[in-house]
Design a protein around this ligand. Sequence first.
Ligand SMILES: [Zn+2]
Length: 669
Amino acid sequence: MHTKQQIYQELKNSDFPNLQFLYSKEVLDIAQEVLEELLEKEKKDFEEKLLIDDSDISFETFDDVSDLSYFYSLLEHYQGVNNDETIREIIEKFEPKYVAFGNEIAYSRRYYDMIVYCLKNTKLDTEQTRILELSKESYEVRWIALDSDIQKELKDINLQLSELWQNFSNNVLDSQKLFEYIVTDENIISEMPEDDKKVAQKKAKDKSIDGYLFDASAGSYVAIMKYCSDFGVRKEFFEARNSFAIAEPHDNKKTILDILSLRQQKAKLLEFENYAELSLHFKMADTPSQVMDLFSDIVEKSRQKAASEITEIQDFFWLESISPWDMSYYARKLRQEKYDLDDRELKKYFELEAVTKGMFEIVERLYGLKIQEVKTTSYDEDVVLYEVSRDGKFLSYFLTDYFHRPLKRQWAWANMLREKSDDTIAERKKIVVNVANFQKSADGKTLLTLSDVETMFHEFGHATHEMMSTSSHSELSGFHVEWDFVELPSQLLENWCRHPDGLDLFARHIDTGEQIPRPMIQKLQELETFGTGSMIIKQNEYAMLDMLLHTDTIPTDSDELDTKVHENYDANSIFPRGDIYNPHTSFSHIFDGGYAAGYYSYMWAEIIEKQVWSTFLDDGDIFSPEISKRLHDTILSQWTTKKASELFRDFSGGEVQIDAFLEEKGIAK
Ligand SMILES: [Zn+2]
């Protein structure tokens, strides 16, 4: 059979796909052509759809089964785990066309009218209604009710904003490129892990320099701040980090002013008070003031702990004062010297296979998920495939790709390769993946650090959330859930890998098979509240800066902008502000990423997650059948069939509260 035909046939296969084939050279060679063909077909289908008579409109008109999005997500996955020239070129070439088609749908008046018609005139079940209500709303909030000249203005603003984000990001990168620091005195980095030193040494060697080269990368920054014993060098790095993109030719202050004012205009056109109100319209939190009130309550209560953490460090190391650039270094040393937890010893209790088994057992006990390995040949020998079922019924495929490879993205993530859907022929089975970058050991048994184990549980929390969604519509499952809610299931599951009753299931010494010793568990628990006060203060400072910039009047010039940033720091931090302090000019999360008026989501997700976790703790049984069933029924199986705030209320019976969060962080209420 012709390769192209084979691809189309494989895409129709509702069972697990032949990835070895789909990622083969012969397929990748014509992938671009296939994508274009599929896109043309979808475009044609869409145009035809727009022409149908109103009386023929039914829910099925908005059917979401798409070979294109399926094939594309398979290719995107491959790029994530094997980012070579070939696949990168395919994605980069196709992406803009795909986005443009998405916009065509998002800005189609006729399509919107069809949705409205369907809602009014056809019989729909609850899920169908919810799906159409959601799309109707996304049109309405974004543009549909506006006069045509305002629509034009809005499109223009969006265009300008996307250019400015690009600008912001380029300014940060270009200005960071100029920063280098050469260390020749080995003594000042003697505490640094060998890996970090090797990286720095190689960077120096590549430029024919003797010594170690540290640059503006996050890796270099963390290595210096945590391990460099020279106060002056740490200060220099801290100040450099606060000086990126502050002046011509890479001036981001001007860019920020433009972004803020355009966002403000956009919010006003859409009849929101400010940009934060617009951003929160799509999130679980109700209003900016709800977030800010909750956070300031937390911060007030955390101040004392943060202060005592600083005193603890000062007393232990006989320091007269401590600056922002000292915190990471001494906190790391204190952790090592006072709590004396040997990470290498701890690792011996976390063997990958045993951890995996324990993790599966945990979700079986909680939610009745049965997970069994399926033999398959995949795109890499370390990829493992599982079949997940519940009450004897197939739920989802689960694919793990855990080991580091040079061409893989250097972080961990959860994703969907295919969403469940009822096709005309057969039900397409769900495929969920977890990817990580664990270091594989040479002799077969891989040992994980505690943070690796947490990563595994975190991503598996996302994966199981996805597996358990009961809806067969991708709009109500997938990762379509409020931004400040999506981390609840993932962060929640992490708790089981730190709790003694969870550890009991999988933490066994690699050589002796013995359970993890109690004193070690105790140390782990003590460390959980270590440094939490200062962390909260820092997180809050960023969240407040983000909210302030997106709720308050827009500064008119750079000086006014700086003043705002500095006032925010002075009001929220516990350290005196140094001479050089410009976190905003490289705050990519909010000026070039999706976190504008949403940075709070990090701490917010932890607050709601701890509230859920505390229900188990209060019960005394972290496997409580009654609570896990309630959690499954009200949140995990529901995805976005209701608003996140409603789902949360269904589980907790009330509103978001900070008590459990404070307790877990060791902060007096
Ligand atoms: Zn996550």
